[in-house]
Design a protein around this ligand. Structure first.
Ligand code: M6R
Length: 597
């Protein structure tokens, strides 16, 4: 789970700038070290442990000449974060530099063989075997193209790889279960793990497929398959504005993305809700019929969206369950002919989710990817796709994509079951403005000031708000670094209540869903233990007597209330983290896209 950028440009002087800009657009993928290599008559490598700012400090003031280069931002899998383990890695003679995303499973045996043949290694990484394998093949007389291919042929595992050679203006790359996309611009060609790396230079892209090799030079690209045959590629145009991938004046991407939620929801709904005809339709799913059962597979925030989605299907009379993707095994969990597996994944690159979806494909089950990224591995692995259209999300903490996932799952369940409640469709129309009103009147800073020094935070919800309780707690823990836990409100008294004290604020999601009284009963239980209560509610008059803070949610359809309520939790988590001075967009130990199992 790292970020790769590559550039084969027309001008000598801009490679370093393009690579550094690219890395800054990819830093969300990993940020424990980074590096760049530029090839000219020699290869110049700069790399450094820490955030990209640490690498910037090591760069020379001068321009580094060279039209072709690669860069990498790392999230460690083999070897601690350090200067020596940072990419790019080179061979013994420094004639080739390589960056890699993924895991080379057979690296130890390759390394042992190479060491026995006299190669010396400078790092603890699995990646470093690649430049040495290339060096070995060059020693056997192979051309750069052949040496790169032959080295890759010996690898087992998942990888996106890019290499540059001294004295060569061509960039060589390939992928296997790790994303790579080519950008075709006027000033040259780009290569990256994800589009934000080069969106400021071009919106014309080609997504590479597993097993394909690409060679980029300043005038264009050549794609071949694993046998070396030319491959005809499809060019896509990215519809984001480059500004979408910037901070637009906000202090953090996370805050910007929280504020983008009304727009994200509008985009998700556009063209899919026909209020007058009282129907929901999704073009990409027009040939999908109502399933007999639905298995959702997902991780983290997406799993909480999946819990919400499963409840929606169950309420419409279809048996549905959300599974943590890492625990899903269609060989063990019974699937019928009319079972459908839905992978919910913002990035479309989460290894656990992809593995579950591929397992479902092998079992012959119909699959749908609910994803944000066109051309992602999940989109390509599944029979059908439902794009959530949230736009690029850079902050590691998922925010707008969760809102868009929930919205998309309401649409999915409506479209597949023919459910057309006019109240729901009307409520959808108001949802973005209601969300905006929460953003405009947030009291999160005051809540954060009152409770930022708490020992822990608990979030309780019931019915449709239960998944949001888990998501709210996840947001809190990942960016504040404080313990937080979400519970089904009714479960509190079955054990967790022992943890509740005057130093553990409880955030209670109290929804007008016919169960408000029961949840208020749970609120009273924590209030009696002196815990501060922050009620997030669309029935403020009911919960007011028991709450220290009331964060109001406008009246909406019961299913949409959690989408609104979650905005309060996002803002409180953000404010606490901000007041505590945390690294909000890049929390410690985490990365946006988790491409290892
Ligand atoms: O890209 P995905 O939606 O598949 O990512 C799954 C999780 O890694 C992700 O939702 C993670 O939990 C969030 N970034 C946390 O905020």
């Amino acid at each position: 789970m790292c970020g790769i950028i590559g550039y084969a440009g027309k001008r000598e002087d801009d490679s370093l700038e393009v690579l550094m800009n690219g890395l800054s657009g990819l830093e969300y993928r990993g940020y424990d070290s980074s590096g760049v290599a530029i090839a000219n008559s020699t290869i110049e490598v700069f790399k450094r442990e820490g955030h990209l700012s640490a690498l910037e400090e090591t760069l020379p003031a001068r321009t580094v000449p060279g039209t072709v280069g690669i860069g990498h931002t790392r999230w460690s899998t083999h070897g601690e974060p350090s200067d020596r383990n940072a990419h790019p890695h080179t061979d013994c003679q420094d004639t080739v530099a390589v960056v890699h995303n993924g895991i080379i499973e057979n690296f130890q045996s390759l390394r042992d063989d190479l060491a026995a043949a006299g190669h010396t290694f400078d790092s603890d990484t699995d990646t470093e075997v690649v430049p040495h394998l290339i060096e070995h093949e060059l020693g056997n007389g192979a051309s750069h193209t052949e040496a790169f291919r032959r080295a890759v042929d010996q690898l087992e595992g998942s990888y996106a790889l890019a290499a540059v050679f001294e004295g060569d203006h061509t960039l060589y790359a390939t992928r296997q279960e790790s994303p790579l996309v080519v950008g075709l611009g006027e000033d040259g060609c780009y290569l990256a793990s994800d589009v934000p790396a080069f969106i400021e230079y071009t919106d014309t892209v080609v997504y590479l497929e597993d097993g394909e090799f690409v060679q980029l030079d300043p005038s264009g690209m050549e794609v071949t398959d694993s046998q070396g045959n030319a491959v005809e590629t499809t060019t896509d145009t990215i519809e984001w504005d480059p500004e979408d991938a910037g901070k637009s004046g906000y202090d953090h991407y996370m805050l910007k993305e929280i504020h983008e939620q009304p727009t994200a929801i509008r985009k998700c709904l556009r063209g899919r809700v026909q209020e007058l005809e009282e129907s929901v339709s999704i073009d990409s799913l027009s040939d999908v019929s109502e399933p007999g059962a639905v298995h959702f597979v997902a991780c983290g925030t997406s799993y909480y969206a999946a819990l919400y989605g499963a409840r929606l299907f169950r309420e419409r009379g279809i048996w549905a369950q959300a599974f943590l993707a890492s625990e899903y095994d269609p060989g063990v969990i019974p699937v019928d002919d009319d079972t459908m597996v839905v992978g919910v994944t913002q990035s479309g690159e989460t290894a656990d989710t992809l593995s579950a979806l591929r397992g479902a494909n092998r079992a012959g089950v119909e699959t749908i990817a609910v994803t944000n990224v066109v051309g992602s591995s999940a989109a390509r692995a599944c029979d059908h796709t439902l794009f959530i259209r949230a736009g690029p999300e850079i902050g590691v903490a998922a925010t707008k994509t969760f809102a868009s996932q929930q919205t998309a799952l309401v649409l999915l369940s409506s479209a597949l079951t023919g459910y057309d409640d006019p109240n729901l469709l009307r409520a959808f129309r108001k949802l973005p403005d209601q969300m905006q009103s929460i953003l405009d009147r947030s009291r999160a800073d005051a809540v954060a000031e009152a409770y930022r020094d708490a020992d822990a935070y608990f979030v309780i919800g019931r019915g449709y708000t239960e998944p949001v309780a888990y998501e709210g707690a996840l947001k809190m823990k990942e960016i504040t670094y404080k313990h937080a836990e979400g519970f089904a409100a009714g479960e509190l008294k079955h054990g967790p209540l022992a943890l509740v004290t005057e130093r553990t604020p409880v955030f209670a999601l109290v929804s007008d869903n016919g169960m408000a009284r029961k949840t208020i009963g749970n609120v009273k239980e924590v209030e009696a233990r002196s815990a501060p209560v922050v009620a997030i509610t669309d029935v403020p008059e009911m919960v007011d007597p028991y709450a220290d803070f009331l964060l109001e949610v406008p009246k909406t359809h019961e299913w949409l209330m959690p989408i609104l309520a979650n905005v309060h939790l996002q803002l409180v988590a953000y404010s606490i983290a901000n007041q505590l001075g945390r690294s909000i967009d890049m929390p410690r130990n985490l990365a946006k896209s988790v491409t290892v199992e």
